[in-house]
Design a protein around this ligand. Sequence first.
Ligand SMILES: O=C(O)C(=O)C[C@]1(C(=O)O)C=C[C@@H](O)C=C1
Length: 423
Amino acid sequence: MSQAIMHPISPSKALKSLYSSDAGPLIRTGPFVQSHRSPIRFIQCIYRSDSRNFSVGVVGNSRADWQSSCAILASNVVSQQSTEKSGNADITAINGHQTLDLVPIDNNLPKPLTITDLSPAPMHGSQLRVAYQGVPGAYSEAAAGKAYPNCEAIPCDQFEVAFQAVELWLADRAVLPVENSLGGSIHRNYDLLLRHHLHIVGEVQLPVHHCLLALPGVRKEYLTRVISHPQALSQCELTLTKLGLNVAREAVDDTAGAAEFVAANDLRDTAAIASSRAAELYGLQILADGIQDDSSNVTRFVMLAREPIIPRTDRPFKTSIVFAHDKGTSVLFKVLSAFAFRNISLTKIESRPYRNRPIRVVGDPRVGTAKHFEYMFYVDFEASMAEPRAQNALAEVQEFTSFLRVLGSYPMDMTPWSPSRQD
Ligand SMILES: O=C(O)C(=O)C[C@]1(C(=O)O)C=C[C@@H](O)C=C1
């Protein structure tokens, strides 16, 4: 990962680039995007091209088309690889349909995306550019480095800007926290996943080891305030009290930003909760090490890209979906049973307000009416969209839902567990 300190991208910079001539096209794709009972159109990005363009192959309109395409793509791994090795440029029509004339005429035509290409390299030929929220020394920067070693990490001042950076081709990927084992879900990113149309292409789980940082020479007794990201404050809540730090706790945008703020403003009464890398970068001393309330404190990040990856079955995959339904929470059990019957484990369920229709009024107006809150449900399950059982489960889920979108089907982070320090 690039070691240079970079300044975060701000919303105005991201927007300006929208109008600059060299900004690439904003292309949105979405497999399984279904809205209010319209037929599902199964779309898959199957070809990639040179620098700025890529084609989207429309696989078909029916679930059967999608299923057989997935099966064909999965079973063609070997034959496709050997075709490429032999230099034969002929491409078999997918699922028997003559979808596109793909015989290359010159070298600028789109090149086929190979099935092994789980996470395509940057199309501009340089280092992979990975947007994250925060400043250098933030845990999100470390997560970007774990997800994409040797990447160029691009700091952004807000989560929203990281999404825009990818959409506007300023970055190739975004790496964003979605949940922490102590602090819980990062709701903002769940809402942004729905509002934007990026695809989840991977996940990383990062052990988070917090330090209490202050200017050199400052002692705990001088402190009147501790500042950090709200997640970090909540992850260290009990330990701060045990350390006798019953002082004001103030939230700022990110942990490393808190360290930078203490250093830049020469604050001798304020400490920051951040990583040891932040201490190094901003010249602070470590007053206390490992102050998270649980030693196995882990944050889960997702990697986002403009294009989905092709799901596989030769390694553990996870799929993330979001859905809403017309009949309130009463059908939630039926929806979830679609997974239970197929022995598919759910690893996460989250609900957020259904902002299009947050309230449903029920009951008899003569007696009184109850106001039920409506929700969007986010579910992660342990299966790949290339597996028929996952496709069948989603077909069943679709029967009970008014909205269903697959956010991504991606390899699970299977890094061996080591709660030792990683920051
Ligand atoms: O502030 C940072 O360093 C971040 O990367 C953000 C963040 C978060 O949003 O949860 C990431 C990991 C830690 O859980 C604490 C904070």
